[in-house]
Design a binder for this molecule. Structure first.
Ligand code: NAP
Length: 335
């Protein structure tokens, strides 16, 4: 099976590396090889830690990427491959919404499967993209879009499908959990710990998406949509962030035997609707979400038959996220 990948940054290079390193493992699992045929980036000349595999077309030209461009190493293409690409699965690990939405719709419209790690895209346009995939008889998978390497989308869509869901709650933003747990332990201020997190690469230069709660809102909207049926977007989630949380707030919670964490929740409301919210919430100190340290993520799913199930692990990072992306690809290749 041939793959075309948009994006060759943190996650994309992890995907490329796994495809080479575990080539035989994946062949045994799905009965065919998984070959990275083409990569679309913004800047072809950039040095990458992980080299694209031999023969892979690397280009900044979407037409060439989609296999409709000219053959040969024309402008905008690296010399590693030649000719139009041609691929069966589009892997989208670029980010952003509008540009990649066009690419994803094009791939689905062409009858290609799509795997994406993009929570903003799926949260905003998941309903339409899933409908398009259904119409074309192909798959749209997005395990990596929520909680990185933790297989929570798969749990909801497969392993727990026999349940009526009551509630889902999660700590799904590692940056915020790092900030809150570090402030709580060290007594250092939000601003000081944020600067450290930026230095260590745990927080973006512009941390707004994370600390405002928006990132968590998009993720919980995806889980809520899958669990409760009607698609909801991140805009429909009542959202608060952690910018105003102080060391005093965190330590007062500890004194009460509780922990203050950024919690994302979605539940069936009494009026039959679905309500989703994100904000700093106090949890019992023995709650599975309260015990998470640093940048880890966890999601608790409450189903009527199974009871409470909590999944935890690495919610971001090159290889945890690539693990989720490649697992989706392998699932598609297995049929
Ligand atoms: N990093 C994580 O831990 C993590 C976890 C879960 C989900 N995700 C999601 O995975 C996606 C990728 O994240 P990342 O951390 O790998 O990002 P990144 O390191 O910034 O890499 C983004 C890549 O996409 C390329 N790109 C961006 N816009 C493009 C466009 N319009 N056309 C073609 N190529 C484009 C960039 O090209 P250049 O290299 O040429 O600039 C770069 O190679 C995002 O949706 C993110 O939310 C990431």
């Amino acid at each position: 099976m041939r793959l075309g990948m948009i994006g060759y940054g943190t996650v994309g290079q992890g995907v490329a590396d796994l495809l080479v390193k575990h080539r035989e493992v994946y062949r045994a699992r799905c009965g065919q090889t998984l070959d990275l045929a083409a990569v679309l980036v913004r800047s072809v000349g950039r040095t990458r830690e992980v080299e694209p595999p031999e023969g892979c077309v690397v280009t900044d030209d979407p037409e060439r990427f989609f296999g409709a461009g000219s053959s040969g190493g024309g402008s905008g293409a690296s010399g590693r491959g030649s000719g139009g690409a041609g691929f069966d699965v589009l892997v989208e690990v670029a980010g952003g919404v509008e540009t990649v939405r066009g690419h994803v719709e094009r791939a689905l419209g062409d009858g290609r499967h799509v795997v994406t790690a993009n929570k903003s895209l799926v949260s905003a346009h998941g309903a339409r993209l899933l409908a398009l995939a259904r119409d074309r008889g192909v798959e749209l998978r997005f395990e990596a879009a929520v909680a990185g390497g933790i297989p929570v989308v798969g749990a909801l869509m497969h392993g727990l499908m026999g349940n009526a869901f009551e509630r889902i709650e999660g700590v799904v933003n590692g940056t915020c959990n790092f900030l809150l747990t570090t402030m709580e332990k060290t007594g250092r201020s939000y601003e000081e710990v944020l600067r450290e997190a930026q230095r260590l690469g745990y927080a973006e230069a512009d941390p707004t998406m994370d600390v405002s709660g928006r990132d968590s809102a998009e993720k919980i909207s995806i889980l809520g949509s899958l669990a409760f049926g009607d698609w909801m977007t991140g805009d429909e989630v009542e959202t608060g962030g952690i910018e105003g949380v102080t060391v005093g707030d965190l330590r007062a919670a500890v004194a009460r035997g509780r922990r203050l964490r950024l919690v994302a929740r979605v539940a069936r409301a009494e009026d039959g609707g679905v309500r989703a919210e994100v904000g700093p919430r106090e949890l019992r100190e023995d709650h599975p979400l309260a015990r998470l340290d640093g940048s880890a993520n966890a999601v608790t799913i409450i189903g009527d038959a199974v009871g409470e199930v909590t999944l935890s692990g690495a919610g971001a990072g090159r290889y945890p996220t690539a693990s989720a992306v490649v697992s989706d690809v392998v699932a598609i290749a297995r049929g």
